[in-house]
Design a protein around this ligand. Structure first.
Ligand SMILES: Cc1cc2nc3c(=O)[nH]c(=O)nc-3n(C[C@H](O)[C@H](O)[C@H](O)COP(=O)(O)OP(=O)(O)OC[C@H]3O[C@@H](n4cnc5c(N)ncnc54)[C@H](O)[C@@H]3O)c2cc1C
Length: 565
């Protein structure tokens, strides 16, 4: 059988330089940086200091594409660095209080505090961080441990050696730069590099474009539920000083409005230093409404009187969006193959009940490092050897934590009320709930016809309630516009002839960065793709009902420039 097509914008038939390393890590998130740091230590302990470890990151600077909440459970970081705080890991605040607010109508709400806060929302002992700052700090630690970190290098394709069932991952090809928008070589054309490695670690975050390909090509998810995702839309605000002081270290989660009883999702507000707040809204992409618009939901949520009371007199400092892998334990693919492993969000290491993945990403990287160090010591990076990573995971607290919430997200597929009922039973039965193993559909299979849509769009005032384009401006997103669009609409006849009638072209709604435009009178040739707005959240790659959009990497260095996200 033909392997699935590997989409890429690299030019064919180009002569490329080759760089050889021992271990290549794709993506400089918490998972891969933890893996690289731990691996360099374990190799040194085995007298293998000479081995080369290279991390590639598509963002122009480490952290520029990193977006999280984030309340961090310190368990992972404290395992990586027992002296993490004294060593300088940047912490915005300890969590000082937490609360949950039920927005039970467009104007009314009820706040729960103290013992009334459900267990998964209790954050005593956790810390509020900006993951941009944390990964920048981890990059320094990695370099001090002898790891090479190259920002601005997007991995565009996987290199495979060998044939069919015996093939191994041999590294990646980085993205060519200097290709014009019609695919022509420009004067500044720079071919991508072949980076060949004994072992490759895919830590590309949620819906990694290479990890997605690998999962399909090697059927790594043959025994798993389809991965489910949520899209998180986030802003950083500055609020008046008196309220800012009350909020420092505060953690608020809300549920209810504007989702009501249809769909899975909710919001967070975290209190930061300098009178700043991190606020965001995450909605599951299995929502049935064809006009599901995560950004519009976020704006409507901010317009609720309870949120208005928090935000009054404030201003927006930053914006971003990113997806979250929500499927949990049952959606995790096999974690290894011939000469490769998957870590962090790319492998679904996220506890959706608490919306926490950072500690699990770090732990996954550390476990992978143990298997990789052994494999290098034996001179054997075969799947049989790297299977140790899966065994280490199975024996770890990460597995125990994820297994404890294994049916959580799936229970909400049939609505809020059955989901809450099952979640209650799960708490009493160690995660079992009403069914031993819940299944789910992939998000792109859950959309209902456009005529059933009930979505309401908010009104925008250009200040607290910004439209998508104004918000994208706050994300600092820049791509060289003279390059081919990195959002590939595979067959525009599907958009024109089927999608318009069946789903009303949902890409114009679900994208939180106004990438896809569809004029009211219809677009005979398909949507206009404003790829330069793209914040790399991957929503389109996941939610398109025909799987007709493929997200591939643009030139390295392009994309958002997140600060304090
Ligand atoms: C809105 C939101 C709120 C969240 N809140 C919390 C929270 O409060 N607490 C918590 O613990 N977790 C939270 N999470 C989850 C947490 O952020 C993730 O689980 C964690 O960051 C995953 O780390 P990672 O290293 O796997 O991936 P990432 O942090 O996504 O890092 C992956 C990196 O790989 C790079 N990359 C991707 N593809 C390529 C490529 N082809 N070539 C080169 N580089 C590439 C990306 O640019 C990125 O820098 C939240 C997530 C979201 C979206």
């Amino acid at each position: 059988m033909e392997p699935p097509r590997q989409y890429s914008l690299n030019l064919p038939g180009i002569e490329r330089e080759t760089l050889e390393v021992d271990v290549l890590l794709v993506g400089a998130g918490a998972a891969n940086l933890a893996c690289a740091i731990q691996l360099s230590r374990l190799l040194a302990a085995r007298g293998l200091e000479g081995k080369s470890i290279l991390v590639l990151e598509k963002a122009g600077d480490i952290g520029d594409h990193t977006l999280s909440g984030a309340v961090m459970n310190p368990r992972g970081m404290a395992e990586l660095f027992p002296d993490w705080r004294a060593r300088g890991c940047p912490v915005d605040s300890d969590v000082k209080w937490d609360a949950v607010e039920i927005l039970y109508s467009p104007r009314k709400s009820k706040r729960l505090t103290g013992m009334l806060v459900p267990p998964q929302f209790r954050n005593h002992g956790n810390v509020i961080v900006s993951m941009n700052k944390v990964v920048r700090w981890m990059k320094g630690e990695a370099e001090a441990a002898g790891v090479q970190v190259y920002p601005g290098f997007a991995a565009a394709e996987i290199l495979f050696d060998g044939q069919a069932a015996a093939e191994r991952v041999a590294g990646v090809v980085t993205r060519d730069s200097g290709i014009g928008k019609h695919g022509e070589k420009k004067d500044n054309f720079q071919p991508g590099m072949n980076v060949r490695a004994r072992a490759t670690v895919f830590g590309e975050g949620p819906r990694g474009n290479l990890a997605k390909h690998l999962v399909r090509r090697h059927a790594l998810d043959a025994r798993a539920n389809p991965q489910m995702y949520g899209t998180g839309v986030k802003e950083i605000w500055e609020i008046p000083a008196a309220r800012g002081a009350e909020w420092l270290g505060g953690v608020l989660h809300t549920g209810g409005y504007p989702l009501g009883t249809v769909g899975y999702g909710g919001s967070f507000v975290y209190g930061l230093p300098e009178n700043r707040l991190a606020l965001g809204f995450v909605v599951g992409l299995d929502h049935p409404d064809a006009q599901l618009d995560p950004h519009a939901l976020f704006v409507r949520w901010k317009q609720h009187p309870s949120m208005q009371a928090i935000l009054a007199g404030g201003k927006v400092l930053g914006y971003g969006a990113k997806t979250v892998p929500e499927g949990g334990y049952w959606s995790m693919p096999r974690l290894y193959g011939e000469s490769y492993v998957l870590v962090g969000d790319s492998a679904g290491f996220l506890n959706v009940a608490t919306l926490k993945g950072v500690h699990l990403a770090i732990k996954s990287g550390m476990l992978a490092a143990e298997a990789l160090a052994d494999a290098l010591a034996f001179g054997d990076t075969s799947a049989a050897r790297l299977a140790r990573y899966q065994d280490l995971f199975s024996a770890s607290w990460a597995k125990e934590e994820l297994y404890g919430v294994r049916n959580f997200r799936q229970a909400f597929e049939s609505g809020l009320v059955p989901g809450m009922l099952d979640a209650g039973v799960q708490m009493l039965t160690g995660g079992h709930g009403l069914r031993a193993r819940r299944t789910n559909r992939a998000d792109h299979q859950t959309m209902q016809p456009a005529r059933l849509s009930r979505t309401q769009k908010p009104s925008y005032d250009g200040q607290g309630s910004m439209d998508k384009l104004t918000d994208v401006y706050h994300s600092g997103t820049v791509h060289d516009e003279d390059q081919p669009a990195h959002l590939l609409v595979k067959d525009t006849t599907i958009c024109v002839e089927r999608c318009t009638k069946e789903f009303g072209n949902p890409c114009q709604h679900f994208c939180p960065a106004a990438v896809y435009e569809w004029p009211a009178e219809g677009a005979p040739k398909g949507p206009t793709v404003n790829f330069s707005n793209c914040v790399h959240c991957k929503t389109c790659d996941i939610a398109d009902p025909y799987e007709n959009i493929e997200w591939v990497v643009p030139e390295g260095g392009g994309g958002p420039k997140y600060a304090n996200m």
